[in-house]
Design a protein around this ligand. Structure first.
Ligand code: NAP
Ligand code: GDD
Length: 325
């Protein structure tokens, strides 16, 4: 039975990846950081099938102990401080976890068994103020947030360990991906959750920042397949994963409100609090390399994604108004 360690298993992607790997017959080990309440909401349905163990991206020895104890074949590093606005208010924590945390895991693998395959969750946020449209693996980076800068460090240290120590270290440059399990602070889920609340008479308005920002939004369930495919590829490389389409926050609102027969213009209020010090205006992927070399294809359309998220929030609010998913 192959063994996989997932850091960040309690997050959106961690839960989908754990499901995927269990379905493929892996023993799944999830690393979680210690907290006073355990955030297992996304994992309830598979909790009995996985092993949960404590560790923290800030703590080198916990990484080494994890690799020594579980002897994984594959390590997926999904853990990070992943919310872009928080990276301006907590830039050093973001650099420590999202950036240096990658080196800590790579070092643990190098010291214990350098044959272990490694996946790093890199981000389209590294393209930032884009210098090329669409963005592919060769597009130069221009990060626009402390988060983007930290991810860029994580990306390059992954490439560097691959080249320096001949390690099987892959960097997946994933464009935005969403789902009903997305955190409530990210714009897509903030919109679909509020649309559901408005429809049910629980609130009257949706306060947002920049409506013109454009993102290449896909479904997280499709994207975790690409992570696994990268580690099964004959060579460790970097791959861009996205839909190849872009849509604005405004369009997302239009479709989400439209799904419940409402007009977004009647409810959306622009609020300066949600603008960023530096914005990423436009992201759009060119996933040709992943399509041809990995055989990965995006499956879920933009409209399907938005409607899936609105439907899930309506369903959840009608059965469990206090829960987040
Ligand atoms: P997420 O929902 O925010 O999950 C982040 C995970 O990291 C959580 O499990 C969190 O644990 C954990 N974590 C944070 N700090 C940690 C620390 N110091 N030690 C150990 N664990 C820590 O993020 P996601 O959307 O699933 O994204 C997964 C990864 O892909 C992240 O690295 C993200 O930056 C990257 N990424 C995401 C996207 C996207 O659109 N979703 C696109 C490109 C790249 P708690 O539950 O305890 O908070
Ligand atoms: N969060 C949020 N809240 N964003 C808003 C709002 C709001 O009220 N109003 C407008 N936006 C705009 C932001 O300015 C940004 O341009 C866009 O919506 C998307 O914001 P987020 O959903 O917070 O995602 P992100 O693109 O900054 O970052 C996500 O994608 C990255 C990949 O490109 C995160 O998942 C990162 O972890 C990931 O790496």
């Amino acid at each position: 039975m192959p063994v996989a360690i997932i850091t960040g298993i309690t997050g959106q992607d961690g839960s989908y990846l754990a499901e995927l790997l269990l379905g493929k017959g892996y023993q799944v080990i999830g690393m979680v950081r210690r907290s006073s309440t355990v955030t297992m909401e996304r994992l309830q349905h598979i909790q009995d099938d996985i092993i949960i163990t404590q560790g923290d991206l800030h703590d080198q020895s916990s990484m080494v102990a994890l690799i020594e104890e579980y002897k994984p074949d594959e390590v997926y590093n999904l853990a990070a401080q992943s919310f872009v606005p928080t990276s301006w208010s907590q830039p050093l924590l973001t650099a420590e976890a999202t950036g240096l945390g990658v080196t800590r895991i790579l070092e643990a693998i190098r010291l214990v068994n350098s044959q272990i395959k490694f996946y790093q969750a890199s981000s389209s946020e590294m393209f930032g103020k884009v210098v090329e449209v669409p963005q592919n693996e060769d597009t130069p980076f221009y990060p626009r947030s402390p988060y983007g800068v930290a991810k860029l460090y994580g990306h390059w240290i992954t490439v560097n360990y691959r080249e320096s120590f001949d390690m099987f270290a892959c960097s997946g440059i994933l464009f935005n991906h969403e789902s009903p399990r997305r955190g409530l602070e990210f714009v897509t889920r903030k919109i679909t959750n509020t649309v559901a609340k408005i429809k049910m008479g629980l609130t009257r308005e949706l306060r947002l920042g920049n409506l013109e920002a454009q993102r290449d939004w896909g479904f997280a369930g499709d994207y975790v397949q690409a992570m696994w495919m990268m580690l099964q590829h004959p060579r460790a490389e970097s791959f861009v994963i996205g839909t190849g389409e872009t849509h604005s926050v405004r369009e997302f609102c239009e479709v989400a409100f439209g799904a419940v027969d409402l007009n977004y213009q009647d409810y959306v209020v622009q609020d300066p609090r949600f603008y960023r010090p530096a914005e990423v205006d436009l992201l759009i992927s060119d996933p040709a390399k992943a399509n041809t070399e990995l055989g990965w294809k995006n499956k879920t359309t933009f409209r399907e994604l938005v409607e899936m998220m609105v439907a899930a929030d309506l369903q959840r609010l009608s059965t469990n108004p206090q829960g987040t998913r």
